[in-house]
Design a protein around this ligand. Structure first.
Ligand code: CDP
Length: 227
């Protein structure tokens, strides 16, 4: 019997991939894995323990030592949490300093090597919706279903600003714009695991689409090919 398929969803910040990936996982009853949260967790731990962010060896050692076997992602009812070394680090992952530094930490090859290894373990038995920047190209090149979400910069910023204010955060749109441009550039230009659509990914330009419309397209493709 063939294994349960995996779904890879990649795209830049604000393209809607977290919302969409969560909903797709709920609809398919798959496990949702947010790989950005893992890069954020290493960044949070590095800042917390005052690791020098220019020291690639130290960051690599931190990623290696972090017990990602204790990571847990729940897909039910929007209750998504990331546990790391026995502690729930979710409340810290979207902090401004973590967001400011994460692309720098994520560009370190040794950090990527460690996290990609853990991500592959989550997907070993199939039945995973995994979202990130390099899932279809590097982490799960054999994923049965691959999607790449895009949207124009203004729309992405608008979506993130709405999400942040909905969560009670103060939003500075100009700072958000600078941060998106900086992260896009870092994510696109790094040598290991850059943000890129896999050649066999279905590209969804989502500027004019709602999250539900994108979810419907993805689920239709997955169910159409599985049935
Ligand atoms: O939610 P948002 O799109 O703002 O970011 P995220 O998905 O939480 O990812 C945060 C950062 O982690 C990205 O800007 C990338 O630098 C990095 N990342 C990565 O390099 N590779 C991944 N597979 C996922 C995230």
């Amino acid at each position: 019997m063939s294994r349960v398929p995996n779904v890879a969803i990649d795209g830049p910040a604000g393209s809607g991939k977290s919302t969409v990936a969560r909903l797709v996982a709920q609809k398919l009853d798959f496990l949702y894995v947010d790989t950005g949260a893992m890069y954020r967790a290493v960044t949070y731990l590095a800042l917390k323990t005052a690791v020098n962010l220019d020291d690639q060896d130290a960051l690599g050692s931190l990623a290696e030592a972090t017990k990602f076997s204790n990571v847990r992602f729940c897909s039910s009812g929007g209750d998504v949490a990331l546990w790391c070394d026995g502690a729930n680090v979710t409340p810290y992952l979207r902090k401004w300093d973590v967001t400011r530094e994460v692309a720098r930490v994520a560009a370190v090859p040794m950090v990527r090597h460690c996290l990609v290894r853990s991500q592959r373990v989550f997907a070993r038995s199939g039945g995973v919706v995994m979202e990130g920047r390099d899932i279809g190209t590097v982490v799960l090149p054999d994923a049965e279903f691959k999607f790449f979400l895009t949207a124009d910069l203004d729309t992405r910023i608008e979506r993130r600003a709405l999400e942040m204010s909905g969560n009670g955060w103060t939003v500075d749109p100009e700072e958000l714009c600078r941060q998106f441009i900086y992260r896009d550039e870092m994510d696109l230009k790094r040598t290991v695991g850059p943000l890129k659509a896999a050649p066999d990914a279905v590209v969804i330009e989502g500027t004019a689409l709602t999250a539900d419309e994108i979810v419907d397209r993805i689920v239709t493709v997955c169910q159409g090919r599985v049935a």
